[in-house]
Design a protein around this ligand. Structure first.
Ligand SMILES: [Zn+2]
Length: 916
């Protein structure tokens, strides 16, 4: 933006006119007319550069925070809430009057009371609303290359502590505790700044084509494990996110602003948000968002800063930094500033934007937010209390009263789901004994019926203050505004870019693939509200074995136990057929750890495995099984230790490789070797027996893939994820004999259907009642009639419409080792326009196939053409090649590392592959 304009009049504030000036940077006034207390140190005094002169790194910010803490200890508490993977500390600065800072614990306890109206009388609530400060939480820089909010956060802290005779600051200090998290992602930010500082020259370059503006893979956006943490709030896979949600639930701030950056040529975005608006949120929230937006607008108008509202950024997905707090009742807002991606940038409108301009905008938006929170202290607290109170009332009146999660085949996974809900502040009960509920519905719908539930089932009641978050996380589907979807269909018909900002399906029971039911009547179950997170638990069944130890396959703990056994160099076998020993059924894939050839202390090691992983281990003194193959059968395979290589760096999608590496290393505890993709062509691949290509476009880097083909035919297991499959099927590469499909013409398909080409294997129960929370706004089967002009301009060949992150059902070939541990079907995340034809019988196996059309879409949105074309197409393919294997997933099974239900499928490829 134009610097001259930003320095002009601040009308109506101090009543004085400041003349436009071309002052040098050090005289740049962020708040014209402000008088600062010299006893509060400036950034320059502590780290050597002034506000907006440099992009402040984590260690500099940490030093400054410490200096502020020393200078203003009665008004500031620096609270460390977590540590990043790379060991950097995360802080929130709590700023307020000495009286409020002295009673921080009392304030937090008061907020927690307001947040649970069941535990507080109306009189007590009124007293709290009369006496507590309102709380605003400014969270900065979750995307590490979105740089200006961090310096703005530090500047806001300085201004609040140092500005004298300032009415806004005085009101804020009296009425509010301001929480500032100046740097949510220091690992990513320092990655960005290191690159920038290494590449900037004597004169910071405004040319956006210069190297300093174009960081290298994987960019500073993501954290150490390459996660976009602005999508992680309900899954909480990352330590940074877990720290933040825990912090939130201690404070319950009424206002949360998450400060970001966007493209250099944009302006500034703040609330109210764009459609779609999550239907679980309330009208009063939207009103508050509008009021906060208007307050920001008034400030931006005074400074003549450009801005926009109601476009691009929505409040639908519950995993955003603004989103998750919204469902708890906060006024959650995203702020987006055009990025200088460096110290200075020349924009398309021929203006020059300096880093300090972008800092300035975030600073003013922050002050405006603090001001509005402070001026509306009482009404915000009352709104918040009412939000939580009405949530309980709403929950009582919903058709669905509760969700019941059954322990199912993998009780530890059900426990993990319960723990995930609890970490999101959702109350979960566990049944102490078996019970019956007379009115339950399947997760798929159907009529209400009586059902028995075992002890240990988890009950999530909607009559709770966190009802709105619980509902959007547990419902099978959350509907988007019709107006928004209609608009997207029009854009799709015109082949314009669609405006889905994120995935459209995230239902946790589907992500975890655990059995879940709705009740329409409150369960009369003896149950306990859980206080501590449920932990995995397992047992040693039987005494010290004389022959072998057995672990049933399919549970997540079995997979992490297997990783542990591999790490210990224990010899493990796996049965390709189910077997039965006494009364215990062992599904295909189950592990056999024989006493012979293993260390003498095997029993102690197996006992430790039970304790460490919560896995059930069975001992046996004989290989005589009651059904299925004995342990000496050819169906029982030795599992060589996997030596796993992963393609890393360009052109791999950072998210895809990050999720994969995090899951294998951190969740399942197994080491991997990352190799730069371009070096895969000439490095010695014989050191590995598994090579994984995460999502990415490999054509340039891997060429025709001759060395990889050679490696596979000698016994390697090659696994392609999502876009990597495009390279595998390339005719020149010839690793997987199938095709990627172009969009089928709607009328061609309709004609085919008239000719009787219906899928043969329609399930019998397809005429079920449509359940309440199932994708509703879905098209009918027949293609729409086309306008002759529209038909004439239709491209001859084009890709199918892209599916915006919907959860789809696939059918699984359970007799194939890649399908071991699964039931008939499971849910997958589909987030692309890739459709692959099925492999022919002589070429390989389609281990997972999209379900027929009427059973496929579980949650989220799909366009008509994809909805017609994707059913009965390949999701997981396996083709043998020489002594090796090619395995291809059409989509990323590790999506955001929150697809718990697909972990075992991925690990089948990695852990079982080399043994086949
Ligand atoms: Zn961002």
């Amino acid at each position: 933006m134009n610097r001259l304009r930003s320095l002009t009049l601040l009308a109506g504030l101090a009543g004085c006119l400041l003349l436009a000036t071309s002052a040098p940077a050090q005289n740049f006034e962020y708040f014209p007319g402000a008088k600062y207390d010299p006893s509060i140190p400036t950034l320059k005094q502590v780290v050597g550069h002034g506000w907006g002169e440099k992009i402040t790194m984590h260690h500099e910010a940490a030093a400054y925070i410490q200096a502020l803490q020393q200078a203003a200890s009665s008004r500031l508490k620096a609270l460390k809430y977590a540590e990043t993977w790379e060991g950097r500390s995360l802080y929130v600065l709590a700023i307020g009057s000495p009286a409020n800072i002295a009673r921080v614990e009392e304030v937090k306890a008061g907020m927690r009371k307001l947040a649970d109206p069941r535990a507080v009388s109306q009189t007590e609530a009124n007293t709290l609303i009369g006496s507590l400060p309102s709380i605003v939480w400014l969270i900065c820089g979750v995307h590490g290359n979105e740089i200006s909010s961090v310096d703005a956060g530090l500047l806001t802290a300085y201004h609040l502590l140092a500005a004298q005779n300032d009415e806004l600051v005085e009101t804020a200090m009296k009425n509010t505790v301001v929480l500032i998290d100046p740097m949510q992602n220091p690992d990513g930010r320092d990655r960005f700044i290191n690159y920038f500082r290494q590449n900037v020259g004597r004169f910071p370059d405004a040319d956006l084509q210069s190297a300093e503006h174009n960081e290298v893979w994987p960019s500073g956006r993501v954290n150490h494990y390459l996660f976009d943490m602005n999508r992680d709030w309900f899954a909480q896979t990352q330590p940074e996110t877990r720290g933040r949600t825990k912090f939130y639930l201690e404070w319950f701030p009424q206002v949360v602003a998450d400060l970001h950056e966007m493209g250099t040529n944009s302006a500034y975005y703040f609330a109210p948000p764009a459609l779609p608006w999550n239907p679980n949120l309330t009208k009063s929230q939207l009103d508050w968002l509008t009021r906060f937006g208007r307050n920001n607008a008034a400030w931006f108008d005074r400074f003549r800063f450009d801005y926009f509202t109601r476009e691009a950024f929505d409040s639908f997905y519950p995993g955003y930094g603004e989103g998750w707090p919204l469902f708890h009742g906060s006024i959650g807002m995203t702020y987006e500033q055009a990025s200088a991606r460096g110290l200075v940038a020349r924009r398309d409108d021929e203006t020059t934007m300096h880093y300090r301009d972008s800092v300035h905008h975030h600073f003013i938006a922050s002050l405006s937010t603090v001001e509005h929170t402070a001026k509306n202290r009482e009404s915000l607290l009352r709104y918040f209390y009412d939000y939580r109170r009405t949530a309980i009332e709403e929950g009582k009146n919903e058709a669905t009263k509760e969700y019941i999660i059954m322990p199912g085949n993998d009780p530890n996974r059900a426990a993990r789901l319960a723990a995930t809900l609890m970490m999101s502040g959702i109350e979960v009960k566990r049944a102490d004994a078996a019970f019956n509920n007379p009115k339950t519905r399947d997760y798929d719908g159907g009529n209400p019926q009586a059902r028995d539930f075992p002890a240990g089932s988890y009950i999530v009641s909607l009559a709770q203050p966190a009802k709105r978050l619980a509902k959007t996380l547990m419902d099978r589907h959350t509907e988007q505004d019709k107006e928004f979807l209609d608009e997207q269909r029009i854009r799709n018909r015109k082949r314009q870019f669609e405006e889905f900002y994120d995935v459209t399906g995230w239902s946790l029971p589907l992500l975890f693939d655990v059995p879940c039911y709705f009740t329409e009547q409150v369960s009369n179950a003896p149950a306990t509200v859980l206080k501590d997170l449920p932990k995995p638990s397992g047992q040693m069944r039987g005494s010290q074995a004389k022959l072998a130890y057995l672990i049933a396959w399919g549970a997540q703990s079995s997979a992490s136990a297997l990783a542990d056994l591999f790490r210990q160099d224990i010899r493990v076998h796996s049965s390709d057929k189910p077997f039965k020993l006494g009364n215990t059924n062992f599904p295909a894939g189950s592990l056999i750890v024989k006493i012979k050839d293993n260390p003498a202390d095997l029993h102690e090691r197996m006992a430790k495995l039970v304790a460490d992983h919560g896995v059930d281990v069975h001992s046996t003194d004989s290989a005589w099984v009651d059904e299925g193959p004995n342990f000496g059968s050819n169906h029982v395979r030795y599992l060589p230790r996997p030596r796993v290589a992963i393609a890393y760096n360009t052109p791999v999608s950072p998210g895809s490789v990050g999720w994969l590496r995090y899951l294998i290393e951190q969740r399942y505890g197994y080491p991997v070797t990352t190799i730069r993709t371009e070096q895969l062509r000439f490095f010695d691949l014989s050191k590995y027996n598994v090579l994984i290509l995460p999502d990415g476009n490999y054509t340039q880097q891997l060429g025709d893939g001759a060395p990889i083909r050679d490696w596979v035919s000698k016994g390697g297991v090659l696994v392609g994820l999502a876009g990597a499959t495009n390279w595998l099927i390339d005719e020149k590469v010839n690793l997987l004999p199938t095709k990627r499909e172009k969009r089928e013409k709607a009328d061609a398909k309709a004609e085919k259907k008239e000719g009787g080409d219906q899928p043969k294997d329609q399930p019998k129960d397809q005429a079920k009642d449509q359940p309440k929370n199932q994708p509703k706004d879905q098209p009918k089967d027949q293609a729409p009639a086309k306008d002759p002009v529209e038909k004439a301009i239709e491209p001859a060949e084009e890709n199918p419409s892209s599916t915006p992150g919907a959860l789809l059902r696939v059918r699984i070939d359970r007799a194939h080792w890649l399908g071991f541990g699964y039931g008939e079907t499971t849910a997958v995340m589909t987030d692309s326009n890739r459709i692959y034809s099925l492999l022919k019988l002589d070429k390989g196996t389609n281990v997972a196939v999209y379900a027929p059309e009427d059973r496929m879409l579980l949650s989220g949105f799909m366009f008509d053409d994809a909805k017609r074309q994707l059913p009965n197409k390949a999701y997981l393919m396996h083709a043998p090649m020489g002594r090796g294997h090619v395995v291809a997933f059409a989509e990323d099974p590790n999506y955001r590392a929150f697809m718990d239900g697909l972990n075992v499928m991925m690990l089948n490829a990695v852990f079982l592959g080399p043994g086949h």
